[in-house]
Design a protein around this ligand. Sequence first.
Ligand SMILES: [Ca+2]
Ligand SMILES: [Ca+2]
Length: 213
Amino acid sequence: MVFVSTCRSFWDCGSVALDDISLNLGDCDLTAGFLSSSFPGHCDFESGLCGYTQDKRRDSADWQRRRGSTPTSYTGPRGDHTTGLGYYMYIEASPMLPGQSARLLSHPVRGTRGPQCLRFYYHMYGSRTGELRVLADKDGEEELLWQRSGEQSIAWLRAHVGYQSQRQHQIVFEATRGSSVRSDIAIDDIMLESGPCPDVEVGDTVGSSNEIE
Ligand SMILES: [Ca+2]
Ligand SMILES: [Ca+2]
């Protein structure tokens, strides 16, 4: 780690100071295990599903919790997002048929008048990757909040989803298998907060709602 201070010019060289630097393994927002117990809206899947549940009625498969790579080559992550060594949730495409989906449901979330921000990391790598959708289920009435289709990256990508719901709702992660077994789709480090999504940091090269980690 190198801190570099550069003078703008020979005549314009003010003072620069640094203080209280700390360096931790893992994502800046998240420290594995710690935040999941103290923030109910956050789940890193390290010690379980944090209250997320499988949909048993409106899909044909379940999400699986796993660490390390998925069993199929050329699809799925090599490790989780939190630390690289932890757990994530994913759909295993091999036993599923094309077009079949698995849905993961959050706790009921209270409605608010103001904006809410859902942040999570997703992994969609594989030549025939299907689709990942995020919905807000309000008593069976579903609103599409976010979606991606097809192969996105070999890396974990970040999603910021700002939305508003005055009614109680559940967040639904719905992954649909693509046309081949190379269609594993994974998610990790979900965070749900009240208030608008924070501005994306300087240096984001992919877009306002999508950042390579
Ligand atoms: Ca994790
Ligand atoms: Ca299911």
